[in-house]
Write a new protein. Structure first.
Length: 256
């Protein structure tokens, strides 16, 4: 049942409720929350203090919007989804039923977070990225624009999935890995520390084969194994640590 304008003013005197906003019975709205014009708040939803719900945004039944969180224009928050304190949900983004968005996470415009997915604290999901059902994006990970993360995939803390890349369902991308732009069907990754100035080298398998990223050598990012080996041979002796790392990577992948 939708509350009348009079009931809204009486029940939420310290919140700002815009014109024609729809608030269902059982919703809880705290002090200084802002519900902008034509927004819709579902039954039993909770809007904590200082949260902002944008114009025409939809908050599903039982959803929880944390202190100071911002929900953008036309965004949709599904039933029982949780948006933690300080999180930002951009315009036209879709957060489906039961999804969990962590503290200070940022979900940019037109991104889709499917049902049951978990986005960790301070993670960034850029515009148009798509996170599959029950996927887990850990703290401080970055998913660049247009990237696709399959259902049940795990992207560990501090990993970066670059522009337009595609991660297969059930894949696990390791702590701090860097997955190259527009790579498709990535299903495994590993990270070697202690190589080069940035102390990190990523290898991953995708539809293109075995791909190598050396963090301190930008010109080598996203090279297939054989091309990487050939390019490094032009600049470094055969006993350089890069060659040892490449050999280890290839051997490890045979046993994955």
């Amino acid at each position: 049942m939708r509350l009348t304008e009079k009931e809204i003013k009486e029940k939420y005197p310290s919140a700002f409720i815009g014109a024609d906003a729809s608030i269902k019975a059982g919703a809880h709205i705290e002090a200084n929350a802002v519900i902008e014009a034509d927004a819709s708040i579902g039954a039993d939803a909770v809007i904590r203090a200082d949260a902002v719900i944008g114009v025409d945004a939809v908050i599903g039944a039982g959803a929880h919007i944390g202190v100071g969180a911002v929900i953008g224009v036309d965004a949709v928050i599904g039933a029982n989804a949780v948006i933690e304190a300080g999180a930002y949900i951009g315009a036209n983004a879709s957060i489906e039923e039961g999804a969990h968005i962590g503290v200070n996470a940022s979900i940019r415009a037109n991104a889709v977070i499917e049902a049951g997915a978990h986005i960790g604290a301070n993670a960034v999901i850029e515009a148009g990225a798509h996170i599959g059902a029950n996927a887990s994006i850990r703290a401080n990970a970055i998913i660049r624009s247009g990237a696709y993360i399959g259902a049940n995939a795990v992207i560990r803390a501090n990993a970066v999935i670059r522009l337009g890349a595609s991660i297969r369902a059930n894949a696990v991308i390791r702590l701090g890995a860097s997955i190259g732009a527009r790579r498709k069907e990535v299903d495994k990754s590993l990270v070697i520390l202690g190589i080069g100035n940035t102390k990190k080298l990523t290898a991953y398998r995708c539809s293109d084969g075995l791909i190598i990223n050396i963090g301190c050598q930008n010109e080598y990012r996203g090279y297939p194994y054989e091309k990487m080996k050939a390019e490094i041979s032009k600049k470094y002796d055969k006993d350089h640590a890069y060659f040892i790392a490449l050999k280890l990577i290839k051997n490890w992948y045979k046993n994955l």
